[in-house]
Design a protein around this ligand. Structure first.
Ligand SMILES: C[S@@+](CC[C@H](N)C(=O)[O-])C[C@H]1O[C@@H](n2cnc3c(N)ncnc32)[C@H](O)[C@@H]1O
Length: 310
C-alpha cells in the first residue's frame, strides 16, 4: 500500500494526489476503491463528488457532495483492500489473515512463499508484514488469476514487495531456487499434502508452514504428511463474533437512575407488567451492543507446523 512507495511520504500523513487509490467509505458494509482522476466524478446515493475536491486533502477526510452528502476518503490499507477487492476466488478475511500473519511469525525482512494467490487478499497483508525489505513470492496455476493479481498489486501499491508466478505447486512443488530460503510458507490449495514435501525443502531451519483448508478431511490428510518432516502441528478454527453498537431508548427504574445504564444486566431493564412500576420508570438514551446477524461462521481450518530440526 502507499506507505511503501519510496517516492512518497507515509500515506497517513500524506495528502491525496491525482492518481492515488482511495477507499471511498460510506459505511462499514459499503465502500469501494477508486483511483483519483482530476476531472472525474463519483455519483452515488449521496450526490455527485468531484475528484478535484479530494486532491490536497489528507487521507481520512470527509468529502462533501454537491448536494451536501458525504463520504470518507480512506487510505487503502490491506484490511480495507480485502473488503473491496474483486472476488475471483474464495478469499481469506481479516480474522484468519491476522492469525496467519502472527502465527507464521512474519516480520519485516521475511521471505514468504504462498500458493495459490487467488484474489490476492492474503498476499496483500503478507506483503505489508514483510515490508520494507522482505518479499512475498506467490504462485497460482491459473494464468488469468495471476495476471489480474499482478494488476491489483500495481493498483494498490504493493507490487514492489510481491512477485506472482504461474506454476502448479501441487504437481511441481516450489522452484528449487527457493530451497532453504523461506521463513514461512502459506498454502491455500485443494490438496495441500501434495505440496508439503516441497515446502519442507523450501523452509529455513525452524521455518513455519500454514495450510488453510475448508474441510476437516483435508486437514487430516495434511497432518498425516506433516508428521514426516514437521513438529508442533496444530490446527485452529477462528470463529469471530461481531457486535452491533446501537443507540436505543430504554426505560429505567428510579433506583437505576444515575448508574451507567448501558451496562445494567438485561433483566433489570425489562418493562414491568405492573402499572405501579410503570409510573416509576423513565425513558433514557443508551448505547446497546448486541451480536450482529452478519456474523460469519466456519471459514476453514488453519494448520500450522514447524520444520523439525535435524
Ligand atoms: C481459494 S483461492 C486462494 C485465495 C487466497 N488465499 C486469497 O486470500 O485471495 C485458491 C487458489 O489456488 C489456486 N490453485 C489451485 N490448485 C493449484 C495448484 N495445483 N497450483 C497452484 N495454484 C493452485 C487456484 O487457481 C486458486 O486461485
Amino acid at each position: 500500500m502507499l506507505p511503501f512507495d519510496p517516492s512518497k511520504r507515509n500515506s497517513f500523513q500524506r495528502q491525496i494526489c491525482d492518481g492515488d487509490l482511495v477507499i471511498v467509505y460510506e459505511r462499514h458494509d459499503s465502500m469501494k476503491a477508486i483511483k483519483v482522476n482530476n476531472g472525474s466524478e463519483l455519483q452515488n446515493r449521496f450526490g455527485v463528488f468531484k475528484h478535484a475536491d479530494w486532491i490536497g486533502k489528507p487521507f481520512g477526510s470527509k468529502a462533501l457532495s454537491t448536494k451536501g452528502g458525504f463520504v470518507y476518503l480512506l487510505a487503502p490499507t490491506p484490511e480495507l483492500w480485502t473488503l473491496v477487492l474483486s472476488h475471483r476466488t474464495q478469499i481469506l478475511y481479516i480474522a484468519d489473515i491476522s492469525f496467519v500473519v502472527t502465527y507464521l511469525e512474519i516480520v519485516p525482512g521475511c521471505l514468504v512463499l504462498e500458493s495459490g494467490t487467488g484474489s490476492g487478499s492474503l498476499t496483500t497483508s503478507l506483503a505489508r508484514a514483510v515490508a520494507p525489505s522482505g518479499h512475498v513470492h506467490t504462485f497460482d496455476f491459473h494464468e488469468q488469476r495471476a495476471t489480474l493479481a499482478r494488476e491489483d498489486f500495481e493498483k494498490n501499491g504493493m507490487s514492489s514487495l510481491i512477485t506472482v508466478f504461474v506454476r502448479d505447486i501441487q504437481g511441481e512443488g516450489f522452484p528449487e531456487e527457493f530451497c532453504g530460503t523461506a521463513d514461512s510458507v502459506f498454502l491455500d490449495l485443494p490438496q495441500p499434502w501434495l505440496a508439503l514435501p516441497s515446502v519442507a525443502r523450501m523452509l529455513k531451519q525452524d521455518g513455519v508452514v500454514c495450510s488453510f483448508s475448508p474441510c476437516i478431511e483435508q486437514v487430516q490428510r495434511s497432518c498425516e504428511t506433516l508428521r514426516a518432516k514437521f513438529t508442533d502441528i496444530r490446527t485452529f478454527e477462528i470463529l469471530l463474533r461481531t457486535y452491533e453498537i446501537k443507540e436505543a431508548r430504554i426505560k429505567v427504574e428510579e433506583e437505576d437512575k444515575g448508574s451507567p445504564v448501558g451496562s445494567l444486566p438485561y433483566k433489570r431493564r425489562q418493562y414491568s407488567s405492573s402499572e405501579e412500576n410503570h409510573e416509576c420508570m423513565e425513558k433514557t438514551n443508551s448505547i446497546m451492543a448486541r451480536p450482529s446477524r452478519e456474523t460469519k461462521g466456519h471459514t476453514g481450518y488453519l494448520t500450522f507446523a514447524r520444520l523439525a530440526c535435524i
